[in-house]
Design a protein around this ligand. Sequence first.
Ligand code: C5P
Ligand code: MG
Length: 132
Amino acid sequence: MPSEFGLEGHSDADILAHAITDALLGAAALGDIGMHFPDTDPRWKDADSLRFLAHAAGLVRDLGFSIVNVDSTVILETPKLKDYRQPIRESLARTLAIEAERVSVKFKTAEGVGPVGEGRSAEAQAMVTLSR
Ligand code: C5P
Ligand code: MG
């Protein structure tokens, strides 16, 4: 989406994909994203974070889990993301191999407070439910 600013990161800095990857790994007690994809590894420089997400989904499925639902929030002052909600949901769902109806993506500002509110940073939060 068009924006004056972007995010810096070792990979593509897709914070939403990272948060959901971490939530998937966490729900199965498989550690965290940094263990699986260290930012010191040149293989992950400028990596497409949807690869991390697909890999984490594969790991939890290998343990016999299925992904019931995903809820997530991006906290960002600008740009406004709500017009992109559906394509983002569909992209995540395709990557996770689940229906888009199971993937919730929410957006909010930090109401001008702190580094996120000042537009210097952004955050993403995610929760994943698994069943076995
Ligand atoms: O945080 P705030 O109350 O300003 O959010 C109002 C609405 O703006 C939310 O419902 C959210 O969907 C949308 N929003 C957005 N993109 C952002 C922040 C908020 O689309 N970066
Ligand atoms: Mg508000």
